[in-house]
Write a protein that binds this ligand. Structure first.
Ligand SMILES: [Zn+2]
Length: 333
């Protein structure tokens, strides 16, 4: 189940009287969130999630007060090989269409694994699905701590607001992908509520203590919020800023060979979420020419993400929006 869509608006219209403020939104009661899944290793070379899940399994912390926690190393073969995936990207396998496609001898390992995970943690869209699914990822981009989610979900927005208010070691941002749940392709869409934790910069196959600690803090804060929610706390409504994907930009390429002909410009490298204006440098070609940004002012993210070279993405561009959400409390029987 997903909550109704919140009011959103672009930042150019923040004083627009047409939009509701959260003080005008009716408080919402929602069922308890007692079954939570914490997942890592969906990409087998993103080490924070791999070691966070192994650590939680070592601690046998499968019950925290009112919350039962399932921990899953989701792509064990890719983890063993320290690769993103074995045959295809597992985190693109969770659309309704792929989860229901017939299995044949040639079905890739990750599609089979997606079905197992859907049976264990879902089924996606059903009452049996876990109440919250949190999947841990790393990026090689300098993105700090991001929560990535699909539909505008009151629970996810409240957890985001809570983590952001408590974490001081790094910027905490929200990224919203405007995709219907049936077409949502990543693991967190299997839960009734869900988000990905995306933290960087960290190279693939490497674990950094500073990044690991950010993940640990976000996981602890999520569990803390769930406990407080289940025990009857009311969380006040509010507004948060989020980044919503507008488009992706590929590297300049040789039209004959398709080889890339430029790298991310030094003035863009490591400057994720810094507003990109027309004329700002985006690429520096290997022969020394600067390529400049054209079109709207937008916010770059996933800048020079290692895993996106094969997807022909040099960086994504986002628009900043404001999301408004009501007070929430647990529904009592
Ligand atoms: Zn990942």
């Amino acid at each position: 189940m997903n909550c109704p869509v919140g009011q959103s608006r672009t930042d150019q219209h923040s004083s627009d009287k047409l939009f509701f403020s959260y003080q005008q939104m009716e408080p919402v009661s929602l069922p308890p969130l007692s079954r939570v899944a914490i997942c890592g290793g969906t990409h087998g070379n993103e080490m924070s999630g791999v070691y966070m899940v192994k650590e939680l399994q070592k601690q046998k912390a499968d019950q925290t007060g009112s919350v039962s926690v399932t921990t899953v190393l989701t792509n064990p073969r890719a983890v063993d090989a320290c690769r993103r995936y074995i045959e295809i990207d597992l985190n693109r396998c969770f659309t309704d269409a792929l989860l229901s496609a017939p299995v044949t001898d040639s079905t890739p390992y990750e599609l089979r694994r997606a079905r197992e995970l859907n049976a264990q943690l879902g089924p996606k869209g059903s009452p049996e699905a876990v109440d919250l699914l949190c999947d841990i990822h790393n990026t090689t981009a300098n993105m700090g701590m991001c929560l990535i989610f699909y539909s505008l979900d009151w629970i996810t927005l409240h957890i985001y607001k809570y983590i952001k208010s408590k974490m001081t070691s790094t910027p905490v941002r929200a990224i919203q992908l405007d995709i219907p749940n049936s077409e949502a392709y990543s693991l967190e869409s299997v839960g009734k509520h869900g988000f990905a934790i995306e933290v960087g910069p960290q190279p693939n196959g490497v674990v950094r203590a500073d990044i690991f600690n950010m993940v640990r803090e976000a996981v602890d804060l999520t569990k803390e919020w769930l406990q407080a929610f289940n025990s009857g706390n009311t969380f006040a409504g509010g507004e948060v800023e989020a980044y919503t994907l507008v488009r992706s930009v590929d590297y300049p390429r040789d039209p004959t060979t398709s080889d890339i002909t430029a790298a991310i410009h030094p003035q863009l490298q490591d400057n994720d979420f810094k507003l990109l204006r027309p004329g700002n440098p985006t690429f520096l070609s290997f022969s020394g020419e600067t390529v400049k940004h054209e079109g709207d002012e937008l916010y770059p993210f996933f800048v020079n993400e290692c895993a996106y070279y094969e997807k022909k993405i040099a960086f994504h561009l986002a628009r900043k929006i404001t999301l408004t959400f009501p007070s929430v409390s647990v529904k009592k029987d």
